[in-house]
Design a protein around this ligand. Structure first.
Ligand SMILES: Cc1cc2nc3c(=O)[nH]c(=O)nc-3n(C[C@H](O)[C@H](O)[C@H](O)COP(=O)(O)OP(=O)(O)OC[C@H]3O[C@@H](n4cnc5c(N)ncnc54)[C@H](O)[C@@H]3O)c2cc1C
Ligand SMILES: NC(=O)c1ccc[n+]([C@@H]2O[C@H](COP(=O)([O-])OP(=O)(O)OC[C@H]3O[C@@H](n4cnc5c(N)ncnc54)[C@H](O)[C@@H]3O)[C@@H](O)[C@H]2O)c1
Length: 489
């Protein structure tokens, strides 16, 4: 594929990483640790989406929203309190402060100290081994490298609906700066898209005083998660006051009115603000990949080792399009960096089997491995064991009893194919299941480990107990009963 270009005889770098988000930071760190000469190029803010416009701002906003909800709900806990007002600018300052506090971890200073050369500018391939960097200070330079990791992330998808451009829509990239200017949360807020972004933001803004309508064209929310989990989230959002419109397709905008359609029936939704959360698309255009022939039908062609059709150019993170999670980006970064530096001697196939997913609504939805829907789609035979959080002592004490732990096992075996947890702290609880799956620990082994009482993680032990209970050795029990009966006579 590279025959049309002349390969340099010497290279300036062993590795050049494009993009300073989770994937790029981890890739360049790994390269520096191996003592490779590595340059990281970031066009905008170090830390990328997660730090600046994704995980950190959204989780900080959700915390303020949860506090507001708990105060409003305090009477249930015997506490007389009420929300007398929400200082929205202060809420948004917390968001800014959280970013500022975490920022040094992802900074040029820290990575330079670790041995990574950090350049601030926009990178563009001019041939398969050379990038041109248009510096943020107006400078320009070219660097050659033996290998590259593309870690340019993803950008929000905005559906081409009539009138959308004059609707003043926001996305996960623009909403933080816009909200930082506001005295209050938007009065009437429409959120388009019921994935993790849509659900988290719907709950956050509703609890912070907005009147939220969540529009999802599919028949349910959180399509990648267990259907029962998604139904609980829809119910919780509705209890918070969110109007949840599933099966509704956005049709057009007329100024600040969105028309949605379901089964031929049209509904109009007036809004002050609308957030578009209809997915995120890999950032692969405008920096030379098309010219190198690496993009086919609008997609980067990537093999299981995260190599593009030019094997010295690899990808990691949201741009790879396998999943769009920060820990997924770091996970892929390891494979991309190691495969880039170790070629032609060694290569590792990226393994996604044990990558957890968490949606940070209240309650949280956490999963790893297969959901029931995925097992059916893939034709994988499975049995389900379910434990209801309503029976967990800690959940009862804290009055947060909504949810379940669901484990999928192969027929006749207690190894774990997948798990979904819906609970207040599901994101923490799933870690134990990830560890068990990663190291081949069975439900029997999970049950044999002591769990402190009363903790949320006990639910993992109890689901293992449910599995055992449903398969109790009845013949042996009957024999034992006869033996004990005989002993008493
Ligand atoms: C609202 C929201 C909430 C989220 N919450 C979570 C969560 O709770 N947990 C979770 O795991 N994930 C969450 N995510 C997803 C997570 O943020 C992403 O999966 C992760 O940040 C991807 O990292 P990345 O390194 O692949 O890309 P990015 O972080 O997007 O980094 C790519 C970087 O490349 C730079 N770049 C692009 N092109 C060039 C170029 N040509 N030259 C130089 N630089 C360039 C960009 O400026 C950017 O900084 C959330 C996302 C959003 C939007
Ligand atoms: N907690 C987390 O880990 C977290 C949080 C937020 C985002 N993320 C990541 O970011 C990615 C993007 O999130 P997302 O929620 O934007 O995407 P998504 O693809 O998960 O969900 C988008 C939803 O929008 C719906 N949709 C698309 N077009 C529509 C239209 N015209 N009208 C109505 N509905 C429409 C889709 O059916 C889908 O359900 C996710 O895949 C996720 O990995 C993760």
């Amino acid at each position: 594929m590279t025959a049309n270009w002349t390969k340099p005889r010497r290279f300036d770098r062993n590795l050049i990483v494009i993009g300073g988000g989770a994937a790029g930071l981890v890739s360049s760190y790994i390269a520096a640790m191996t003592k490779a000469k590595v340059t990281l190029i970031e066009a905008e803010r170090m830390g990328g989406d997660c730090l600046n416009t994704g995980c950190i701002p959204s989780k900080t906003l959700l915390k303020s929203a949860k506090v507001a909800h708990q105060v409003a709900d305090a009477a249930r806990f015997g506490i007389a309190a009420s929300v007398s007002g929400i200082d929205f600018p202060m809420v948004m300052r917390r968001v800014r402060d959280a970013i500022t506090t975490i920022e040094p971890n992802d900074s040029v200073e820290r990575y330079s100290g670790l041995g990574v050369e950090c350049l601030q500018g926009y990178a563009r391939f001019v041939d398969p081994w050379t990038v041109e960097i248009a510096g943020n200070d107006g400078s320009s330079q070219r660097l050659t490298s033996r290998a590259f990791v593309i870690a340019t992330g993803a950008a929000p998808v905005v559906p081409p609906l009539p009138g959308i451009e004059s609707s003043g829509y926001l996305t996960s990239e623009t909403l933080w700066d816009a909200m930082a200017q506001r005295a209050q949360a938007p009065k009437k807020l429409v959120i388009l898209g019921g994935g993790p972004i849509g659900c988290e933001l719907a709950q956050a803004f509703q609890r912070l005083g907005s009147d939220v309508t969540l529009v999802e064209m599919a028949e349910r929310l959180l399509l990648k998660e267990d259907a029962e989990a998604a139904a609980i989230i829809a119910q919780c959002l509705q209890q918070d006051g969110v109007r949840v419109l599933t099966g509704h397709k956005a049709v057009r905008f007329d100024g600040k009115i969105l028309t949605v359609e379901k089964g031929g029936e049209h509904t109009t939704l007036a809004f002050d603000d609308i957030i578009i959360a209809t997915g995120r698309r890999a950032r692969i255009t405008g920096f030379g990949l098309e010219e190198l022939g690496l993009v086919e039908n609008g997609r980067l062609q990537v093999d299981p080792y995260l190599r593009t059709r030019m094997p010295h150019i690899l990808v990691a993170g949201d741009v790879a399009g396998n999943q769009q999670l920060t820990h997924g980006a770091s996970h892929e970064a390891w494979y991309a960096a190691v495969n880039a530096l170790a070629q032609p001697f060694k290569r590792f196939r990226a393994d996604y089997r044990f990558l957890p997913r968490v949606t940070y609504t209240d309650p949280e939805v956490a999963s790893v491995g297969l959901t029931e829907e995925q097992a059916k789609e893939q034709g994988v035979a499975y049995e389900v064991t379910r434990y209801d959080i309503a029976h967990l002592d800690r959940a009862i004490a804290e009055d947060e009893t909504g949810g379940f732990v669901k484990i999928l096992t192969p027929p006749g075996k207690d190894s774990i194919l997948g798990a979904t947890i819906v609970a207040a702290h599901a994101g923490e609880m799933i870690a134990e299941i990830v560890l068990a799956m990663r190291h081949g620990l069975t439900l029997g082994k999970l049950m044999a480990a002591s769990h402190s009482y009363p903790t949320w993680n006990e639910a993992n032990k109890f689901v293992a107990g449910q599995y055992r209970l449903a398969r109790k050795p009845e013949r042996l029990q009957r024999l034992a009963q006869r033996w004990f009966d005989w002993l008493r006579h």
